[in-house]
Write a protein that binds this ligand. Structure first.
Ligand code: SDX
Length: 424
């Protein structure tokens, strides 16, 4: 670590030296761990300027709109790689050679089925259950099947758990959909790619198998790829926090799914579609822009803004392009929702309120339009986000357990009652 330091004086006290560490790129950090011994905490609700860990997996430069996975720009990965290769990259730190690629593909392929008992879990859910409620439940339940055979301190066990969860998420995601529409679950086919398999398990039936066009398969694969990881976002931080207690990885991923569900995070893609439906057509866009700017109105323009990106979200740029391809392939270029989205984006980006606050479309703004065009119901959008984000969750869980780590346990600024005696 570097010799740079910061000095903190409190009300004229002797200066407290705080080491400064430099990353390979990006902001330096001030090590404030010694402050607790001085009886003082740092204060950063929402962790806006707090580095919770070291990591080598993903780097984001929000001002420049840069997203790197193990150093590779997301735009290049979206163009030249695929979801499975990015899963391998996130977990292992390097792109696979041909042998490693084939081995990883086979590992994933032969773990896509879930224990037949899991089929029984779904019978307990009402058909109307939100798919994220089902996914959270059944992923947590997987820990009942693998807990005893798992030593989280063994890197090989961790890799196997990561492969199992990555492989099973598309199958479980499709089961959440099938349960909701009363159709039988479809088993994964080993002859198909991950994305083709997902579409097959979603839309296939024992009576009929949909032909999956290369454009649609590529769009689904790229959507998974673009959601694969995003540094220390809320759901990934949740997985790390749960993992820091030594919890079972399936339970950790279930906690990440729960955190992702919120409309401020992964639930935004569902909320964007609901918003576009509510806007309906161009004539109501101004009304919604005014609502989003009104401090007394809790409404926010869903799919806009980001904690880190104060320039464009590079993933949104890629997804916008895929939108065009999918709508053209499906003959839906005149999709009214897409037209409203394009007009909304144009108006918002010319509005001083959004410009001043650097609120740009994020990854969720366009993804929902693609999913809807493919025929995926809005309620399944965040399940698809979770499926894509699973390799990121597992890569961070694996990285944390590969190094020395402490149980995560933040402190607080206490504003409650001082000590008082019970009356009588
Ligand atoms: C994801 O962290 C990640 O990496 C997340 C993610 C990932 O891949 O894991 O990228 C995925 O979660 C993308 C974000 C999806 N969420 C949404 O699209 C929901 C709408 N966006 C907002 O809720 C909001 O922009 C957040 C939650 C995304 C970011 O909120 P911040 O960083 O806490 O920003 P803020 O609330 O402090 O807002 C700053 C200002 C405020 O106005 P002022 O008080 O300064 O006057 O901008 C305003 C906010 O009111 N603002 C918005 C707005 N987002 C922020 N105003 C209207 N519409 C919005 N969408």
């Amino acid at each position: 670590m570097s010799e740079k330091k910061a000095q903190l004086t409190i009300d004229g006290s002797a200066p407290i030296d705080l080491p400064i560490y430099e990353g390979s790129t990006g902001p330096d950090v001030i090590d404030v761990r010694s402050l607790v011994s001085k009886g003082i905490f740092t204060y950063d609700p929402g962790f806006v300027s707090t580095a919770a860990c070291d990591s080598e997996i993903t780097y984001i430069d929000g001002n420049a709109g840069i997203l790197l996975h193990r150093g590779y720009p997301i735009e290049q990965l979206a163009q030249k790689s695929d979801f499975l290769e990015v899963c391998y990259l996130l977990l292992n730190g390097e792109l696979p050679d041909q042998v490693a690629r084939r081995g990883f593909e086979n590992d994933i392929r032969y773990h896509t089925m879930v224990d037949q008992q899991i089929h029984e879990f779904f019978k307990g859910f009402p058909r109307t259950a939100h798919p994220m409620a089902m996914l959270c439940g059944v992923v947590g339940a997987l820990s009942a099947f693998y807990h005893d055979s798992l030593d989280i301190d063994n890197p090989e066990h961790r890799q196997r758990a990561a492969i199992r969860i990555i492989a099973k998420m598309p199958t479980l995601a499709a089961m959440c959909y099938k349960h909701g529409i009363g159709q039988p679950f479809m088993y994964p086919k080993n002859s198909m790619s991950l994305a083709e398999n997902f579409v097959h398990m979603l839309f296939g039936t024992p009576c009929d198998s949909p032909n999956v066009s290369p454009t649609i398969a590529k769009a689904v694969d790229t959507l998974f790829l673009l959601h694969a990881d995003h540094e220390q976002n809320a759901s990934t931080s949740t997985v790390r926090l749960a993992g820091s207690t030594g919890s079972n990885p399936y339970a950790c991923v279930a906690s990440g799914i729960a955190a992702l569900w919120g409309p401020a995070h992964g639930g935004a893609n569902e909320a964007v579609l609901d918003m576009l439906y509510e806007i309906g057509d161009d004539s109501k866009i101004e009304e919604f822009i005014l609502k989003a700017k009104d401090k007394d109105d809790p409404f926010r323009l869903m799919g806009f803004g980001h904690r880190v990106y104060k320039n464009h979200d590079p993933r949104a740029t890629v997804i916008r392009g895929i939108c065009n391809d999918v709508l053209a392939e499906l003959g839906k270029e005149d999709d009214p929702l897409f037209k409203v989205a394009l007009k909304l984006e144009k108006i918002a980006l010319e509005d001083e309120y959004f410009i001043e606050r650097k609120l740009f479309p994020n990854v969720d703004f366009y993804s929902g339009i693609i999913l809807k065009a493919i025929g995926i119901p809005t309620s399944l959008f965040t399940v698809i986000f979770a499926t894509g984000r699973t390799p990121g969750w597992m890569a961070h869980w694996h990285e944390m357990l590969s190094e020395s780590y402490k149980i995560g346990r933040p402190r607080q600024l206490y504003r409650g009652n001082s000590k008082r005696d019970y009356p009588g």
